[in-house]
Design a protein around this ligand. Structure first.
Ligand SMILES: *[C@@H]1O[C@H](CO)[C@@H](O)[C@H](O)[C@H]1NC(C)=O
Ligand SMILES: *[C@@H]1O[C@H](CO)[C@@H](O)[C@H](O)[C@H]1NC(C)=O
Ligand SMILES: *[C@@H]1O[C@H](CO)[C@@H](O)[C@H](O)[C@H]1NC(C)=O
Ligand SMILES: *[C@@H]1O[C@H](CO)[C@@H](O)[C@H](O)[C@H]1NC(C)=O
Ligand SMILES: *[C@@H]1O[C@H](CO)[C@@H](O)[C@H](O)[C@H]1NC(C)=O
Ligand SMILES: [Ca+2]
Length: 526
């Protein structure tokens, strides 16, 4: 029995604290050396590191002071919220404080005096850091839970938002969704966004105060009811697309859409009993460090991974400079039990950096030089630091960026060759071709498989006799006329009698003179 207890004590931190060391100094046949492991920070309460924002402005009660009552005491409306009196104020910070036992402190909204206009509020928590949730989000409401609410999340510091879970006493009426329970989800639907009715029904305001986002129940789909089989969970997190991201957030937003009603209908004659009051928001998680750090510290107002494995960045999402002989990769939970650290490494010999465009270096004996081989991403050079012919350097990308070389994309017909200068300009053929990609024409030319001089235009090469110029390529002549500029009547010859319509016949001599003049004009480009 005693033995068992000791075993349990020994085991528990192991189960909870898997992947908690990044490296250890070991003795091998080749002497002592570092051994590296996949590692992650401990899960901790995250609410202390969040900044909070409550919208719209003026939604917090007490300015001006306001009376309110509760569903238990609907006609005794003598409680007061007064922002200027610390004992009667209910600012947002009271959702994150430490409470003495039995004494709830809470943020409180104004009452629903503007009914039937909706009473809505957003509570936004921001970490400026990606967090991996490891336990349920628990929001505690005093005086009843909302009858309509949404939880949203962001993965990009609040630029875009996505629904996380819907809550209503009637999912179909509130959101047009079928009510579901997380317990009914399966391995393939573990990251499904659902609407739940479990946390919105009226059960008296003292009894059930919590609204949950069930992280543990979702984990249990893979790890079993007691979360004993964490191996299986980690394997799934690694392999199932989008599953890890589902539990990752940088921001959370509670959208309170309708308060507790304490009954079926809103009583218009007593709107002082409708409001929101939140005493606590519990968020448990760990910094996302891509399995390259086991510590996360709070510095200059932000969480920051203490990156190992020669990685760097807020989430250890890059290799340190001079450790980019391979492309960066996240660590892996697999294979068990220590995972793969996927360390960033300095090149094997010499000081040959390939900026992540090659994994291999080669020593060229007669030049006495180490060079990267098989540079990818359209790069070339000893360090893969140049762009291949036909590509140019993307000035907004770092040298180790996969997008560092941009295709010149020179027009095949208009350019001399598919190569360009450092701003992407191609070298154009003679004869009116222009534009960065040599796919445009100078004025006086038109594009048709290259540039050709205009046949007609509106200035000098004007179509005659009422003809119209078609795309600078040819004149569209009226009936009875022909020629490049419609300068020629169709009825020629001196002796034939012409139709009455075409009494503008020219004699052959006159015609010759006329076309000659035209040609001269054309040649001189007058
Ligand atoms: C709450 O946030 C949502 C987006 O997440 C936004 O559309 C809505 O206008 C916000 N409401 C308030 C009152 O700020
Ligand atoms: C967010 O974190 C980054 C990286 O630690 C920091 O540079 C930036 O100033 C932070 N932004 C805010 C608004 O705190
Ligand atoms: C990171 O670089 C340092 C300095 O060269 C080296 O001592 C250390 O072993 C490297 N760590 C890893 C995980 O490669
Ligand atoms: C240049 O690099 C930046 C940064 O990686 C990238 O966002 C952009 O798309 C690249 N431009 C082109 C034209 O590929
Ligand atoms: C590239 O060529 C264009 C057009 O000739 C020129 O304007 C530009 O300055 C050149 N850029 C560089 C970096 O040489
Ligand atoms: Ca509190």
């Amino acid at each position: 029995m005693l033995h068992q207890a000791a075993f349990l004590l020994h085991c528990l931190p192991l189960v909870m604290g898997q992947y908690d060391i990044c490296k250890s100094w070991v003795t091998t046949d080749d002497g002592p050396m570092w051994e590296f492991y996949a590692c992650q920070p401990k899960a901790v309460p995250m609410k202390d590191y969040a900044t909070v924002r409550v919208d719209p402005s003026g939604i917090t009660c007490g300015n001006p002071p306001e009376r309110f009552c509760t569903h238990e005491n609907p006609y005794l409306c003598s409680d007061e919220c007064d922002a200027s009196n610390p004992d009667l104020a209910h600012p947002p910070k009271l959702m994150f404080d430490k409470e003495d036992e039995g004494l709830a402190t809470y943020w409180q909204s104004v009452t629903w005096s503007r009914y039937p206009e909706p009473l809505v509020a957003n509570i936004t928590l921001s970490w400026n850091k990606s967090i991996e949730l490891t336990d349920d989000i628990v929001v505690t409401f005093e005086y009843g839970r909302p009858t309509m609410m949404m939880l949203e999340k962001s993965l990009d510091n609040g630029r875009t938002w996505h629904p996380y879970q819907y809550y209503a006493d009637d999912c179909n009426e509130a959101f047009g969704m079928q009510a579901r329970r997380v317990r009914d989800l399966s391995a393939t639907s573990a990251n499904r966004v659902i609407c739940t009715e479990d946390y919105s029904r009226w059960v008296g305001s003292k009894k059930e105060k919590n609204v949950r986002f069930e992280v543990r129940d979702r984990f249990a789909i893979f790890a079993g009811p007691e979360l004993k089989n964490m191996d299986n969970l980690y394997t799934r997190l690694e392999s199932a697309k989008g599953l890890k991201d589902f539990f990752t957030v940088t921001d959370l937003r509670l959208r309170l859409l309708r308060p507790a009603l304490g009954g079926t209908y809103v009583q218009r004659e007593n709107l002082y009993k409708y409001f929101y009051a939140v005493s606590n928001i519990e968020v448990t998680g760990r910094c996302k460090c891509n399995l390259h750090a086991n510590l996360c510290t709070f510095r200059e107002g932000s969480l920051q991974c203490e990156c190992e494995h020669n990685t760097t960045g807020q989430d250890c999402g890059r290799c340190k400079k001079n450790f980019r002989s391979k492309s960066w990769r996240a660590g892996s939970y697999l294979p068990r039990p220590n995972g793969s650290p996927n360390v960033c490494a300095a090149p094997n010999f010499g000081n040959c950096e390939c900026y992540g465009h090659s994994n291999r270096c080669s020593f060229i004996d007669f030049l006495n030089l180490v060079t990267c081989i098989s540079c990818k991403h359209n790069t070339r050079g000893q360090h893969c630091q140049h762009c291949r012919l036909g590509y140019y350097r993307n000035s907004s990308a770092e040298l180790d960026d996969e997008n560092v070389c941009i295709d010149c994309n020179c027009n095949r017909i208009g350019s001399v060759a598919n190569r360009c200068n450092d701003t992407g300009y191609c070298e154009c053929k003679e004869g009116g071709v222009t534009g960065p990609k040599c796919d445009e024409c100078l004025s006086g030319y038109y594009w048709r498989q290259g540039c050709s001089p205009n046949v007609c235009d509106d200035e000098l090469l004007i179509c005659q006799n009422g003809g119209t110029c078609y795309e600078n390529q040819r004149c569209l002549c009226p009936p009875g006329f022909k020629g490049v500029l419609c300068e020629q009547s169709k009825c020629q010859g001196e002796t034939q009698e012409c139709d009455a319509a075409s009494d503008l016949c020219l004699s052959p001599v006159a015609f010759l003179v006329s076309t000659l003049g035209l040609q001269i004009r054309f040649l001189l480009n007058l």
